[in-house]
Design a protein. Structure first.
Length: 235
């Protein structure tokens, strides 16, 4: 497992200070206000909060899919606001794995092709791809579904493909937005097991969840309330 961010003396993997996000809609919507957050290498952080509290907005900023309106976001000690678009894209592909709120698995592509797309983005040599896809499918228990089309998968299988795609590039940080939101208890348990294996291997995990089991599994849980981050698990 590449875990370059966990080397001793390294800065926190993620550091946000006074981060604010206002969507330029009419009227403007301020989704995050003065968010301070520090996450260390190998930490398992859960973020909880009611619908509309800014969870996805925060994860999208952390995942370099969106930018904050004001404040500062450092990823592995680097100020992300001064990076070129190319550098951001490179950092996102190399270091971050993102599991979306809806799985974003392409229905007309096979499981292997869905995962292979990520390897194309990270410029993994073609000859290495099949082996990496086989390895990651074994990790999520889907080796037998390698050639199935995305649209024919069950919800639980689709979510595991989404996780496989996020982790195939061996990211230092896995960001997951409600990964068990649409899953039954068995599939949720399977996802938690995958996350646990990753955490034991040193991957930093930030997960948005309504799932109490995931919130309790995390080292730390933070609540977003109206765009502000507050300490503690929900009561
Ligand atoms: N692209 C956008 N443009 C304008 N407003 C947005 C946009 N995305 C989110 N919002 C608004 O920002 C606020 C926070 O939204 P966000 O999606 O971050 O909430 P959330 O906590 O993830 O909610 P949920 O639990 O329902 O997924 C909401 O008021 C939402 O309507
Ligand atoms: Mg959301």
């Amino acid at each position: 497992m590449s875990n370059v961010l966990a080397a001793p003396g390294q800065p926190p993997v993620l550091h946000l200070s006074e981060v604010t996000k206002t969507y330029p809609t009419r009227p403007p919507v301020t989704a995050l206000t003065g968010v301070d957050l520090t996450v260390h290498a190998g930490e398992r952080l859960a973020i909880v909060g009611r619908s509309g509290s800014g969870k996805s907005t925060l994860l999208n900023i952390v995942g370099l899919l969106d930018e904050c309106t004001s404040g500062r976001y450092e990823l592995a000690g680097q100020d992300t606001s001064t990076m070129s678009a190319t550098a951001r894209t490179h950092l996102r592909a190399q270091r971050l794995g993102f599991v979306f709120q809806d799985s974003h698995v392409l229905g007309h592509r096979t499981v292997a092709e869905n995962i292979g797309l990520k390897l194309a983005i990270t410029r993994t040599p073609r000859r290495a791809r099949a082996g990496q896809i086989a390895e990651v499918l074994a990790r999520v228990g889907l080796s037998h579904r390698r050639d199935a089309l995305g649209r024919l998968l069950s919800g639980g299988e689709r979510q595991r493909v989404a996780i496989a795609r996020a982790i195939v590039s061996d990211p230092d940080i896995l960001l997951a937005d409600e990964p068990t939101g649409n899953l039954d208890a068995d599939n949720s348990a399977a996802v938690l097991e995958i996350f646990d294996a990753l955490a034991r291997g040193g991957t930093t995990i930030v997960v948005i969840t309504h799932d109490l089991r995931i919130a309790q599994w995390a080292d730390r849980a933070l609540t977003l309330d109206g765009g502000r981050l507050v300490e503690g698990r929900p009561s």
